[in-house]
Design a protein around this ligand. Structure first.
Ligand SMILES: C=C(O[C@@H]1C=C(C(=O)O)C=C[C@H]1O)C(=O)O
Ligand SMILES: [Mg+2]
Length: 456
């Protein structure tokens, strides 16, 4: 083993090599592993679980980070640096486990409003020092380290000891109590309501066709809220969503989103159009009735169609064999139901998951139509900085596979403060009060996780 490693590195000592060592671990809980990193890897952790619950990913520590400031080239920068890093890999142990780069691209680098997102880069991705992957019921822990020279035995042994200590600590059962929010505040509520009227006017004057306007909700706590504490809540409360959590310096951003931006599996690409909303019913009958109302509602079907047209068009440019159903179906999650249309296609040769992220973001489900007009209306009328809210968050591996969700139903926590975010698609026949109520429903998943008051 050691000889092979020497051979691989003698060619070019200045070329960074990614060293990976993977073991399979039985009965290791992803959340416990995440929590075990609290003492030594705080501010350098992430958590991801897909909607189907077939993949869970946890990262502790940073073996490598890729960041970029500014709108232009942030997608290609991540692509190129990742390609470079994974060009030279040395694997020990279970060979099929891939290095997985996790992170996100902020919603709008041109937004300069000072906020809780002040130090967050426009692209931020991390390769974990200790990577946990659970797939098809089997779990693996990988040590990852990037070096320009040969990895010495002492360094590797220290990482192994640390890995074993983390795994051992993760075997202990811990339970988390729900955080208790002590204050609840709707900043800019009046401005939000006025902006919906104003944006609806602008749309009627044909300055845009659809614009998504969002607003924050602020909670405070008497004690600092722990990332593992909130992840424990969403894990038990939101079974049908992507679950994600990402630490960056003082900020912990997390959420439970129903919306896929793009997934690539073996060159097959998948996206989902999710737009148009109605609440859940209190009985099965009422729920089905509300669903039928949504499927026939002209305003919501309009909101939805903009998204379908744009995503289908983007797929047609970057994929072959594009498959699109003729009409939407319902996507039901705990607090809300949406109109939903899945789209799929085969990546063209030059297309990659990151090129799709670049061209899809922001879809009209989060930005609007036409894109640039909608973005400048958002900059003018939305009194906040979205940061990663409504933005792409997810992972990619070294073989071109990966998945990004749209980070909605999300919140950012810094110490004793939390900011929750929610918005909705404004079209020509929108009404401020009902848009306001739609955001209240969309705040619920995060409010519940954070121990805020929910009017059921
Ligand atoms: C903007 C959000 O959600 C988006 C807007 C929707 C709508 O207006 O109907 C529905 C789903 C999402 O695409 C949010 O949850 O904050
Ligand atoms: Mg809506």
């Amino acid at each position: 083993m050691q000889a092979k490693w020497l051979q691989a590195t003698t060619e070019g000592l200045t070329k960074p090599t990614l060293y990976m060592e993977t073991i399979e671990v039985a009965n290791l809980s992803a959340l416990s592993f995440f929590a075990a990193g609290q003492a030594s890897y705080q501010q350098k952790r992430f958590y991801w679980q897909n909607r189907e619950k077939t993949l869970t990913l946890v990262g502790l520590g940073h073996a490598y980070t890729i960041t970029h400031q500014g709108e232009h080239e942030r997608f290609t920068t991540v692509e190129q640096q990742w390609q470079q890093l994974t060009q030279s890999m040395h694997k020990e142990g279970v060979a099929h486990v891939q290095p997985m780069l996790f992170g996100g691209f902020t919603f709008d680098p041109a937004n300069i409003i000072a906020s809780e997102w002040a130090t967050f880069p426009d692209a931020f991705f991390a390769l974990a020092t200790f990577q946990f992957v659970e797939r098809d019921g089997r779990s693996y822990v990988t040590i990852q380290t990037v070096t320009n020279a040969q990895v010495d035995d002492k360094t590797i042994q220290a990482l192994r000891d640390e890995r074993d200590a983390l795994i051992q600590q993760a075997q202990q059962q811990v339970s988390y109590k729900k955080p208790v929010a002590t204050s609840y505040f709707e900043p800019h509520k009046i401005e939000y309501l006025a902006s919906i009227d104003r944006v609806t006017d602008l749309i009627q004057q044909q300055q845009a066709e659809k614009v998504v306007i969002a607003r924050p909700l602020a909670l405070t706590f008497d004690e600092a809220v722990l990332p593992e504490q909130t992840m424990a809540q969403v894990l038990s409360e939101q079974p049908n969503s992507y679950l994600f959590g990402l630490e960056h310096e003082e900020l912990f951003f997390f959420g439970a989103s129903p919306e896929r931006l793009v997934k690539v599996d073996n060159k097959q690409a998948y996206s989902s159009c999710v737009a148009g909303s109605i609440k859940r019913g209190t009985t099965d009958e009422e729920d089905a009735q509300l669903g039928q109302t949504l499927l026939q509602d002209a305003k919501n079907l309009g909101e939805h169609q903009y998204v379908v047209d744009m995503i289908a068009d983007t797929f047609k440019r970057h994929c072959t064999e594009v498959d699109l159903p003729t009409g939407p179906q319902l996507l039901k999650i705990r607090d809300i139901q949406h109109l939903f249309t899945p789209v799929e296609g085969r990546l063209r040769n030059e297309a990659t998951i990151l090129s799709l992220v670049q061209h899809l973001h922001p879809t009209p489900a989060l930005g609007g139509v036409p894109r640039e007009a909608a973005m400048s209306i958002i900059r003018e009328y939305e009194p906040m900085n979205r940061g990663l809210y409504a933005a792409p968050i997810g992972w990619l591996d070294a073989e071109g596979n990966g998945e990004f969700a749209v980070a909605i139903r999300s919140a950012a926590i810094t110490n004793k403060d939390a900011y929750l975010y929610a918005g909705g698609g404004i079209v020509a026949d929108s009404e401020a009060q009902s848009e306001y109520e739609e955001t209240l429903v969309k705040f619920r998943p995060m409010l519940r996780a954070l121990g805020g008051k929910i009017d059921e």
